[in-house]
Design a protein around this ligand. Structure first.
Ligand code: ZN
Ligand code: ZN
Length: 314
């Protein structure tokens, strides 16, 4: 099979439109789609100091590489990588290693933040303290990890003076989050998925997802074709992931309907166009303890800290 654009040997056939690409054109279409996504949703300004959250997994490593190419066209902008160490034994070190290695190779400034230093405890300690899931502990480990990762990523973005924080969430991640919010009936959160970065709270650095239109399979292929090493082993806590069922549904249905995730994500875009102003009820409040963004009187991070100290004092 030959590349649809130049006739060279094909390395990848796009599932949803059957276009075939050689390596050069595959890389080019990846970069162009990210550029188009950034432009369409006005994700970046010309002089932005751009922070990228880098875990060392395929999505963030691919994003770091593509952004380093795109950013070269904007001499007034700057890239900075933020690496978070959650503190997960026998797992996190490998991801950190890949994250640092790529940032160094691309000559991108990077900063490492950790749960231990910025929250007081690492994830292993938190999960051990909260106890067994279903018995003593209410949610899966990923929920607690997510609360702290969001909080510390934001803190880090502020500390490095970033104007915007980019994350590696891909098309299927976005479709999954949309479906989960619909399933839970959480329309406030659904509306907050607006792809245009905005300041929803004075303490929050605006966020954007340049990969929200890029399928996971293409990110994997991009890493493979360009010899980008990333952490492949799953997190030991992933077995507790709450998202499993919806994720399985997406990938299974997608085999027959390759446009599924695109349709879900575009559906949200169309919905948001109809709701031209975000209702004030979806805005965030100030946490009564730390003053940062909170959905209720206390932010989730302060709630978690209280919970842990209650257990410690038992
Ligand atoms: Zn080609
Ligand atoms: Zn708080």
């Amino acid at each position: 099979m030959k590349c649809t654009l130049c006739g060279e040997q094909t390395v990848y056939v796009r599932q949803y439109d059957k276009l075939a690409f050689c390596k050069r054109h595959f890389n080019e279409q990846m970069r162009k789609r990210v550029q188009k996504t950034i432009t369409r949703y006005k994700m970046l300004g010309r002089n932005d100091r751009i922070a990228i959250g880098v875990s060392g997994g395929k999505d963030s490593i691919a994003l770091l590489n593509i952004m380093s190419k795109i950013e070269k066209d904007f001499p007034e902008s700057e890239l900075v990588a933020i690496i978070i160490d959650e503190g997960i034994a026998n797992y996190r070190d490998e991801g950190l290693h890949f994250a640092k290695k790529h940032a160094e190779r691309l000559d991108i400034e990077y900063h490492i933040f950790s749960f231990e230093k910025d929250f007081g405890y690492n994830l292993d300690y938190i999960i051990k303290t909260l106890g067994e899931r279903g018995k003593d502990r209410e949610y899966g480990a990923c929920s607690y990890c997510g609360i702290l990762r969001r909080k510390i990523l934001n803190k880090a973005a502020k500390e490095v003076n970033a104007d915007i924080l980019l994350t590696g969430h891909n098309l299927e991640d976005e479709a999954e989050t949309i479906l989960l919010n619909i399933i839970r009936g959480d329309i406030k959160r659904l509306v907050r998925l607006d792809p245009k970065p905005r300041k929803i709270h004075h303490s929050l650095v605006p966020r954007a997802k340049p990969f929200r239109m890029t399928p996971q399979a293409e990110i994997v292929m991009y890493c493979y074709l360009n010899d980008l090493e990333y952490q492949e082993i799953p997190c030991p806590y992933a077995v507790e992931a709450y998202r499993g069922d919806v994720r399985d549904f997406i990938f299974k249905t997608q085999e027959k309907q390759p446009m599924l995730s695109f349709n879900i994500v575009r559906g949200l875009d169309n919905l948001l166009k109809m709701v031209s102003t975000i209702p004030s009820s979806s805005k965030m409040q100030d946490c009564s303890k730390c003053g940062e963004a909170a959905a209720s009187n206390l932010c989730k991070s302060c709630w978690l800290k209280d919970k842990i100290s209650t257990i410690q004092n038992l």
